[in-house]
Every structure is written in C-alpha cells, then in structure tokens.
Ligand binder design. Sequence first.
Ligand code: SAM
Length: 404
Amino acid sequence: MSMPSAHTQLVAQLAEQILNHPERAVDGILRRSFKEHPQMGSGDRRRVSDRLYLLLRHLRRFNGLHTGQPYLPACEARALLPLVQMAEQALSEGLPPRQPQESDGLYYSLPDWLWQAWCEQYGQDAAQMLAAAMLEQAPVDLRVNRQRASREGVAQRLLESGVESAPLAISADGLRLTKRHLLRDHPVFLEGLAEIQDGGSQCIAPLLQPVAGQLLVDFCAGGGGKTVHLAALMQNKGRILALDTQEHRLKRLAPRLKRNQIKMVQSHTIRHERDPWLSRWYGKADGVLVDAPCSGSGTLRRHPEIKWQLEPGQVGSLAIQQGALLEGAAHLVKRGGRLVYATCSLLAQENEEVVEAFLRTNRGFRLEEIQGLGDLQRLATPYLKVMPQQAQTDGFFSAVLIRT
Ligand SMILES: C[S@@+](CC[C@H](N)C(=O)[O-])C[C@H]1O[C@@H](n2cnc3c(N)ncnc32)[C@H](O)[C@@H]1O
C-alpha cells in the first residue's frame, strides 16, 4: 500500500464515523468535516465526497477483493484505508471486472439478507438489474413548479446559465440535469420556479388526484417535498395540513413554502398518529398522504450507507410503525376520499404486506388499481412501483386506498 494522502485518510475517517453512527446524517458529517478543513476548496470537497460515496457503494466488494473474504471490513479508519485506495483507483481506471468467485451479494455489494429478499420478491434477473442500478450515482432531477413556470421555460433558463437538462419521461413536470450541478444558489430554485426532487418522488403527489379547493392532509410531511408538490397541483387553492411528529423537520417547510409563494399550508406537530388533536379532522379530508418513515432501501444510490446500517430486525419494527400510521391517518379520510400510502422502500414487508394487513382489518377501504399513468402504467401492479432500473430514479412504492 502506498503512503495514503491526506484526502485518503480523511475519507477513511469519514467512512468510520458514518458506519459507526447510523443516527447521524451523512450530509451533516460531511458539512462538519468541511468546516473543520477550511483550506479545502470546492474541488477538494468534491473529490473527497466522490471517493467516500464510491467506497460506501462498493464497500463489501472492495473488502472482498482486498481480503478474499466475503465479510464487511472492521469499521475503523485503518482497516478502511486500503479500500479507499481501491475506490480512488476505480475512479480513475473504472471498477475491476467481476471475479469468478464473487457471489451476487458480494459483486453487487449488498448485505446477503437484502439480496435474498430482492431475489424472492422480484426474481433473480430483476434483482440483478435492480442491484446494478443501485450502484449508479443518482442524477439531479427537478420538478418545475407549474404554477409559476413551464418545463420548457425552466429548461431555457438553466441553459442560459450553462446547465443542460432533458425532460423526464416519468413526470410531466420533471427535468433531469445532463451533468451534476449544485442548484441551491441558482435563480430557478431561489425564485421558486423549480424544486430539486427525484423523478420517482414526483410520481407520488399526483396519486391523490389533487383538485383546487380540496382539503388534503400530508400526514408525514417532514421537510415538505410532497407538500409543495400537492400545493402546486391544487393551484395553491384550498387547504393542506402538513403534519409530522418532528418539529425540526416541519421547520424546514417554512422557507420552502415562502420560496414557492404557497399560502394554503398549515403545519402542525402531532405527538403521535392517535394524537387527540387529530379528531377534529376525522372524516373531513378529500385525501390523505402517508409518506411513511421507512428503511429507505429504494434510495441506495443516494444513501449507500443504508446498506451497512440497516438490520433486518429494523424492517419488522418499521412495518409495525407503518401499519399504525396508516390506521391513524385513515380516520381523517372522508367517504369517497383517497388514502395514499407511500414509501421509498423496495421491501414487501414495508409495502404490500402493510397495505394487505390494513385492508384485512379496515373493510371500509378498497384498493384502487392505479390507472392513467401513461408511461408509468407498466409499473402498476395494482400498486405503483417505481424501480430504479426502469426509470433511473429512486425506488418508490405506493398504494391508493379509497374510503367506501
Ligand atoms: C419519509 S419521511 C417524509 C418525507 C416528506 N413527506 C417529504 O416528501 O419530504 C417520513 C416522516 O414521517 C415522520 N413521522 C414519523 N412518525 C410519525 C407519526 N407517528 N406521525 C406523523 N409523522 C411521523 C418522520 O418524522 C418523517 O419526517
């Protein structure tokens, strides 16, 4: 092993922190580290994060190639150093070809339990395509705020500043940047003409079939990615209740609403899904979105660390929480109203199984076959499953339930 550079050492230290602290967001860990290294310019930062993400994507495989063992490396910077060097080599020369002794789980750098779950659910061929797609870097997608701009208009504004984009087939309001750019300081973002939102995520809000003047509830609104989309689809007319148990997440919604000039959203922190405050809205909502907390197993391109942090037992606990959330949120739906359940997970335990269990005990709801999705229709089964290998987006699952 050659003498590791300062960047190599920093990547190994960052990976150690990430692997040992699943409770901390990778963004936050990177931000703090860059603050502690003010001498690093934007090029240095990009180089460090590119290496880090490549390492996290291929962690199991790189360790397999280095040690000949199918296990994960020890989560210590020293043990990770040679693997960071492999990531550096892969960035300049490409990934090494598949070795005959590499199993699928090792080659696609997945924990065996996740690889097996995908094989059982999707079959081996589809699981291989899914696993390969999850090793790609996620592109930057935008959702044009159709209240304020057209897709062509935003594409033109981007082009004038040297940023090329192409329309997304999966979403009528979507654009994909041809190359990665940071857009947080770009006028189209600052003026609320477009939001940064993955193309798969853009498929969820339309499932509520929002109409101006309705009352909608975004039950797990978080930072409000889908709340602002719902508001745009309602032409900013009517009312949206944006709920969450985490006040700090809802706080991120305020600047988003301001940027998008949205005035019809009322946010409220609930204590839990049976909070008595909710009872005033029982049976009143035209539509309720439950964008449930989940494993994030559909977002491994963006969050490869999840592969090494998630334990199979956690998926079972999440499924229990998801079922409880769906039950709690269902009370708010009026007769004929829509209850949309969504996750960014690609595990049946958090998806179909949660919906099927809900339907078994809630006879007042029926599952609606998702229709009218144009290009997306082939992904509906009757659920909507947005698969990364088909649409080059994050993976999403969604079910539409109607209160009868
Ligand atoms: C997948 S995130 C939501 C992302 C958000 N909809 C968006 O598009 O930006 C799930 C959210 O559910 C919230 N949550 C967890 N338990 C909850 C509960 N019992 N009631 C309401 N929200 C809850 C979490 O705090 C988290 O913000």
